[in-house]
Every structure is written in structure tokens, then in C-alpha cells.
Write a protein that binds this ligand. Sequence first.
Ligand code: PMP
Ligand code: GLN
Length: 391
Amino acid sequence: MPSSRQPYLTAKLQGFGTTIFAEMSALAVATGSINLGQGFPDTDAPREVLDAAIAAINSELNQYPPGPGMPVLRHAIAAHQQRFYGLEYDADTEVLITCGATEALAGALLGLLDTGDEVVVFDPLFDSYAPCIAMAGAVPKPVPLRPPSYTFDADQLRAAVTPKTKLILLNTPHNPTGRVFSMEEMQIIADLAIERDLIVLTDEVYEHLTFDGARHIPMAALPGMRERTLSISSGGKTFNTTGWKVGWLCGPPPLVQAARTAKQFLTYVSSGPFQPAIAVGLALPDQFFHDVAADLQAKRDHLLPGLRAAGFDVYDTSATYFVTADIRPLRPDGDGMAFCRELPDRCGVVAIPNEVLYLDKAAGRHLVRFAFCKRIEVLDEAAQRLATLHR
Ligand code: PMP
Ligand code: GLN
């Protein structure tokens, strides 16, 4: 994120340059590097999901879908929430299809926030949160997640809430740390939200990608929380379809309506033929969801020893596509941004400097993120290349 001022850019977005994902993926292509930066898998969606999209295209489902999304997908999402979490949502009034989780976040933040409102966020945070809060004219109030446990301090959370606080923005399982928030942490957040009458906006795109028996806890399932929680997810991660941009949000009608009012003027609608295909994916048997996580866990277990052998200090990760590594054993000045910019030329691998995902830049300066959602042979090759760094 370059800090130089852009002459025509609105003051609200000064400081937000090109996203790191665009920069680093372009660098990977330009240098022919293995891209362990931006999180996207290199294996395809399940056959039946791909076939459903092809069938939809061949059935002329290629025009604007309905504003709130295709009924078949809204019903599949409601059924998914019931099946996995015992949560009941009305498919017509409590589910909204969006252009990826990215637009669900933007729609919710733009639809819910007024100028000067405060949003409690956990730092580090996914890269679209701060700019969307800024576009809404609101202010992020960070609560640090500190290594090695990446948990938060309940007193710091409490102190971050002021009379101006409108909502708490939560992401579990968490990008980039790979943490699944515990029941105790979820309860602390829920208690505070209820006590201070706050909305919780919860980004759960990695809900199915958890390891070692860790289970995702949806905020809406905690007592007293369904009525104040807007839950966001996406088909991209679960079904290896990040390019389809099918996302959604679920919540009580007034919250969904607020998000929908903003969302309809962003893209209006998107991803027509991919919506029925994601509906097919959501209805796949439990075994599919188990296998997706097990496959990713095996990939994690493959990359982590490689990173350690290459000399990084590596943090544990129990979910998502990502692992965080401390570069200081390899680069004592701890400049993660310079490290990532040089890495493709030095050894043909791309990673993401965690600094860009922190509001408190100093806290993330020495950390970099590697994605392990790649085929085993690709991870092996990346590990071999990284091993040349300390030779
Ligand atoms: N939230 C988090 C935490 C993410 O990692 C991502 C990355 N895909 C998104 C939201 C955006 O999801 P989508 O691609 O569905 O827009
Ligand atoms: N969620 C992905 C990541 O964190 C990428 C999303 C994006 O490119 N906006 O790597």
C-alpha cells in the first residue's frame, strides 16, 4: 500500500494503493514464480459443481439473476445454515446473494455505517475491511491479535467500544493467522455486543476449512446473537471457485435490508449461471466437506516443515489457506515488504507481506504469509526453492 498521495483520488481512499494481491500476483506472472501469495487453489471445483455451471450456461441462464439472488441458491444457503449450524433463515427475507464475500462486506458496511461511526476490528484484518470502512466515512478501532496464540485481550476489546461504536467486524476462521476463534472468545464478543447493543458482522468464508478437529463456531448460533448478527460467506473457498465470485449474507430482515440497499447499487447482481452451481455444491454430502478440509490439512502439513527447514519461524495454523512466518531468522532487519518484493528474483516464490493486513504496521512488519492451497508437488518445489535462501 504506497503512502504517496494520488492527485485525483478521494481523500477517503488516500493511502490505499493497489491491493497487495494484485501487485504480488502480477509479480508472480512477470517472474514465472510459484504464487503462494494470493489465496486461490490450483485444483478445480468438484465435477458436479462445474457441470451444473455448464448446464446453466447451456440452459440460457445468462441474463441478470433476480436482485436478491436466485431462489435455488438462497434456499440452498438456508438449508446449509440449518444443516451445519442448526440456524433457521428465511430464504426470501434473510438471505442475500452478493458478488463474492467482498461485495457482501462492502454492502453491509456501506449500508449500516454513518459518517463518524466506529467499527471494532481485530488487527490484522482482511485487506478490504479498512477501505470499505473508510468509504463509509467510518473509523476502524483495532483490537490486536498477538502471536504466538493470536488471541485478543478482553479488556482491550472492551476499551475499544465507545458510544460511537456501531458494529464489531469479526473474521473467523481468520485470515491471515489461520485462527479459529474459541467458544470463550466468541462468548466475550457476544456478551459485549449484547451489553452495548452492537451489530456483529462476521466474515466466515473459511467456515469449512478447519484442521485437527477444530470447529468453526458461527457467531449467530450463540444465544441472543442471531438477531444482531449478519453472517457472510462465499462459495469461492469451499468449492475452489474463487473466480466465480458467488458470496452471500444471512441475518434478520432489517440487517439484510440495509446491506441489500447498498449492494443493489454496487453490482446490482452478478454470477448468474454460477449461482445454481454453488447451490449444487452446498447440497453435496458431508463427506465432501470433510475431504476438502482433510486435503488442505495435508497440504499444510507438507508446506510447514518446508518453511521451517528453509529457516523461517512458523506459527501454527488451524484453518484457512494460510500460514504466517517470521522472516527475522533469514532477514534480521525484519523488513517483510522488501523481503516479499525480492523473493521472486531470489528464488522464484511469491508471498504476501502481512504488514499490509495490519493497521498497526509495526506489529506485522516482520511477518509474511504463505498460501498452502496448492498441489503437493507445487508446495514441494516452493519449499526447495525457499531452502536456497540461507545457503
Ligand atoms: N474475507 C476473507 C477473510 C477473505 O480471505 C476473502 C478472500 N477471498 C474474502 C473475504 C473475499 O471473498 P470473495 O472472493 O468471495 O469475495
Ligand atoms: N482472500 C484472498 C487472500 O487473502 C485473496 C482475495 C483477493 O484477491 N481480494 O489471499
